[in-house]
Every structure is written in C-alpha cells, then in structure tokens.
Design a protein around this ligand. Structure first.
Ligand code: FAD
Ligand code: FES
Length: 277
C-alpha cells in the first residue's frame, strides 16, 4: 500500500537569496517521471522536508505554466526553516503534495484582477500573477500592489522589475514609512493606505489578497469601501499544519479543515467561520 506521507525526493538546482531572511529553492524531482507528472494549481501548497528535522508548509511559488522547475520561497523562522537554510545547490529535500484548493482562475477569466500582497504573502501571489501573465489574453486589467516592511525586505526583485516594465500591468510597490532607502523610488505607506489612494474599480474585479493577518484585517475594509463584494475577495489562511491532507485535525476551524477546504477562502466564507477564529 502507498504511504501517503512518503515524500518525493527533489534536488535543489538553485538557491536564490531573495533577502536577508528569505530564500527561494528552485527544485527538480529526482525521478523524471514524477517531475513530468507533477501538476498543481496557483494557491496550492506542499510539505517540504529537511531530513532529520521535519517538515514545513510552503505554497508553491512558481507557476504551473513554467514546468522546468518548481519553486518554494521561505522565511527563516524555526527549526525546519533553519535546517533548510543550511542546504545548498545539489542537496536533496522531500516534497509531499500538492495539497489544498486553489484560486479559481478559470472562473475569473474575463475579469480584472487586483493582486495585493504583503511580506511572504507575495509567494502564492507571485505564482498566481505569473499564471495570469502567461494567459494574459484571458484576463482584463491587472493591478499589483506589493508591500514590504522595508526595501531590504522586498523579494522577487527580478520578477517585480518585469511586472513594472510591462505596459499591460499596473504595478505599485510600497514600503512601510521609515523602511525606505535613500534611493527608493516606489511608494511609502502601508498597503491599505496605498490601496485607498490607488482606488481600483471594483466592477467586474476580483481581489486576491495574501499577507500577514494585520494587513488583511486593515485591507478588507478598504476593499469593501471601494465596493468589492465579499465573494470577490479571495485570501489564504495559514493555520499551522501537520499532515496537510485532512487527517490530523491540526489546522481546523470548527468543521473546516484549512488544509483540505482551503487555504484559499473568499471573505464571504471567512465571515461564516466560528467566532474563535
Ligand atoms: C498553507 C500555508 C502556506 C504557507 N506558505 C509559506 C510560504 O510560502 N513561505 C513561508 O515562508 N511560509 C509559509 N507558510 C508559513 C510556514 O509554514 C511557517 O512559517 C513555517 O512552517 C515555520 O517553519 P519552521 O519549522 O521553521 O518553524 P517552527 O519551528 O515549526 O515554528 C516556529 C514558531 O512559529 C510557529 N509557527 C510555525 N508555523 C506557523 C503557522 N503557520 N502559523 C502560526 N504559527 C506558526 C510555531 O508554533 C513556533 O512557535 C505557510 C503556511 C501555510 C499553512
Ligand atoms: S493539517 Fe492535518 S488536518 Fe489539516
């Protein structure tokens, strides 16, 4: 019988130092057949293992439209991410997944999409942006708002430059007040303030919003004030997980399993979750 917890082995083909505390691993499964058969959708996540130290949950930050590698980006945090941080090009890690639901990008065809990301929340958003850009003719106006604490915290600098250079995407990058370097040419301000100033049209528009809870908390009222309906606001919940596939009960809120029923939820769905959340 197949062991559902057994990870596939993947080799680190490249380590990208995104910032002082965040890295991206460019990965390829050791087994070519596994690599070719591995499919996922934007918003899904996987369990990544550092052998001997355990597993960590990260979204898949590359787009399924770019098949040569899969990528994950992680902030160095606790035991497992510290262990992953010590690995180098050529080393092997384990991957289980993909797990969870995804952003409903088929249903969003023909709509405008507003992407809002803060901190490491840019990882699932980057995957989704690249998917949409690789299918650009199927979506209308694209606006990207990405905020970080400081210029030193910004990640995906090459990708961000490409988004800024594109004429068919409006990209706004902001850092928190006090976080700007002397040469900074982007916005200065918290994400909700910058969103309010940008005032994107809500008609026929879906908002995809990922970031720290405090950012989500203050951004949703701005979206609502701009006329976005609860059903048109998509975000991800990042409850602590163990199994990733609805077995251990670690991630649940009431009878909702974030790993299986999420991590993507509309604001309308989140409003129905038990008060304790
Ligand atoms: C669906 C999903 C997608 C995610 N995607 C990413 C990603 O792309 N990149 C990224 O850097 N991080 C992501 N995270 C968060 C990431 O899983 C945790 O920060 C990471 O597991 C910490 O790993 P660690 O083993 O180093 O920390 P641990 O040693 O396991 O923990 C360190 C401390 O952080 C707490 N902690 C760990 N994880 C969580 C959590 N999820 N919620 C609340 N407290 C927690 C622990 O209780 C402990 O106090 C995601 C989480 C989820 C659920
Ligand atoms: S992580 Fe085990 S049930 Fe969700």
């Amino acid at each position: 019988m197949n062991n559902i917890y057994k990870p596939h082995l993947a080799v680190i083909k490249e380590v990208i130092e995104e910032s002082f505390d965040t890295k991206t691993f460019r990965l390829k499964f050791k087994d070519d057949k596994t690599h070719n058969l591995f499919t996922f959708k934007p918003g899904q996540f996987a369990e990544y293992s550092a052998f001997g130290d355990g597993e960590s949950t990260f979204c898949i930050s590359s787009s399924p439209t770019r098949k040569d590698f899969i990528e994950c980006s992680f902030k160095v945090y606790g035991k497992v991410t510290q262990s992953l941080n010590r690995l180098n090009k050529g080393d092997t890690i384990g991957i289980r997944g993909p797990y969870g639901n995804s952003f409903p990008l088929d249903d969003l065809k023909g709509k405008n999409i507003l992407f809002i990301a803060g901190g490491i929340g840019i990882a699932p958003v980057r995957c989704t942006i690249e998917y949409v850009l690789d299918n650009r003719d199927q979506y209308k106006n694209i606006i990207i708002i990405y905020g970080a604490r400081s210029t030193g915290d910004l990640i995906y600098k090459d990708e961000v430059k490409e988004w800024i250079d594109r004429k068919d995407v409006k990209t706004i990058i902001t850092v928190d007040p006090g976080g700007e370097s002397p040469s900074w040419k982007g916005e200065v301000g918290f994400v909700p303030t910058v969103l309010e100033k940008t005032a994107p049209a809500s008609e026929n528009t879906a908002a995809i919003l990922c970031g720290p809870p405090v950012m989500i908390k203050f951004t949703i009222p701005v979206l609502t004030g701009l006329g976005f309906k609860d059903d048109d606001i998509y975000t991800t919940l990042e409850n602590r997980m163990k199994c990733g596939l609805g077995k251990c009960g670690r991630c649940n809120i009431g009878n909702v399993y974030v790993c299986k029923d999420g991590p993507v939820f509309t604001y309308a769905q989140i409003k129905c979750l038990p008060q304790e959340y």
